[in-house]
Design a protein around this ligand. Structure first.
Ligand SMILES: Cc1cc2nc3c(=O)[nH]c(=O)nc-3n(C[C@H](O)[C@H](O)[C@H](O)COP(=O)(O)O)c2cc1C
Ligand code: SF4
Ligand code: SF4
Length: 263
């Protein structure tokens, strides 16, 4: 069976988990597709497509929504849904289910995985869960991978892959917030002119094309979705907001997920 995993990962936790899924499934040969960097995907020839991202104010990020809306309508293509989260996923899987359904995919499996926070305001509050995932969460992740292999065996045997609604847990009761919530919460961004070395990393990592360089960054607040990628990735920590300056950065997966999910 051939599969494609379309992922959006701001700091690499989701990407790391997707690489683990691709490496550990024995019955599915997965390719990975970065929805921000890799352009338009060609879904022809894939038996299953995965959609993987992170919880962003209790739902999937806007970038995943626009990506799904850009895909040609499917004819019931089997899909799996996956997200990482730092504290509570809320409605992330439920909304992914709804959005993939609109694009006429059929969700046949889904899973969330607890990973460290990359959201600086939580990290500075000491709520960064730097050791996640724990043993129980890892075991659930392993069972999910085994379930993908079981689906591949069904597929090979000619058995239909049944639609399965995601199980979202208790925190699905958290409100469905607008996708602009993160932008509002982050607020305006500023740059410390003395620290900025005009390297352009912030513009490169911005998934929403909200940064111009002149030659220091200029932010278009109307395009920004408050993902904190520019803040997290700036090599000199020059970007700051009204609430945070110089603290709480998470540019890439820390030792815990690397040790637990890495090769
Ligand atoms: C803007 C933003 C909003 C977030 N909102 C949530 C949230 O609602 N619930 C949660 O559990 N984690 C939330 N997080 C944490 C991320 O979901 C988590 O750290 C995830 O593993 C990051 O994945 P990545 O490294 O692939 O970008 C948020 C992170 C960011 C940057
Ligand atoms: S990433 Fe930081 S140092 Fe580089 S241009 Fe942007 S603000 Fe300046
Ligand atoms: S400007 Fe910064 S916070 Fe806003 S979308 Fe771009 S990278 Fe994310």
């Amino acid at each position: 069976m051939k599969g494609l995993i379309c992922y959006y990962s701001g700091s690499g936790n989701t990407k790391l988990a997707c690489e683990a899924i691709a490496r550990r499934t024995n019955e599915i040969e997965f390719d990975l597709f970065d929805i921000v960097r890799d352009g338009e995907p060609n879904l022809d020839g894939f038996d299953i497509v995965g959609f993987a991202t992170f919880a962003d104010f209790f739902g999937p990020p806007m970038r995943m929504k626009t990506f799904l809306e850009s895909l040609p309508p499917q004819n019931d293509t089997p899909a799996f849904l996956f997200n990482t989260y730092g504290a509570f996923s809320g409605k992330t899987l439920g909304l992914l289910d709804r959005w993939t359904g609109k694009a006429r995919f059929r969700a046949v499996a889904s899973q969330s995985l607890h990973t460290p926070e990359n959201y600086p305001p939580m990290i500075v509050r000491g709520r960064g869960f730097p050791d996640a995932p724990n043993g129980k969460e890892l075991a659930a992740f392993d069972r999910f991978i085994a379930s993908l292999d079981a689906l591949a065996k069904d597929h090979r045997a000619g058995r239909p892959l049944r639609r399965r609604r995601p199980r979202q847990g208790l925190f699905r009761v958290l409100p469905a917030l607008p996708r602009t919530q993160s932008r509002r919460s982050m607020g305006a961004k500023s740059v410390d002119a003395e620290l900025c070395i005009e390297c352009g990393v912030c513009r490169t990592v911005c998934p929403y094309g909200a940064i111009d360089l002149a030659p220091k960054p200029v932010f278009d607040q109307a395009k920004c979705y408050g993902c904190w990628a520019c803040y997290n990735h700036c090599p000199t920590k020059a970007i700051y907001t009204k609430k945070l300056r110089g603290v709480g950065h998470y540019p890439k997966p820390n030792e815990a997920p690397v040790a637990k999910l890495g090769g």
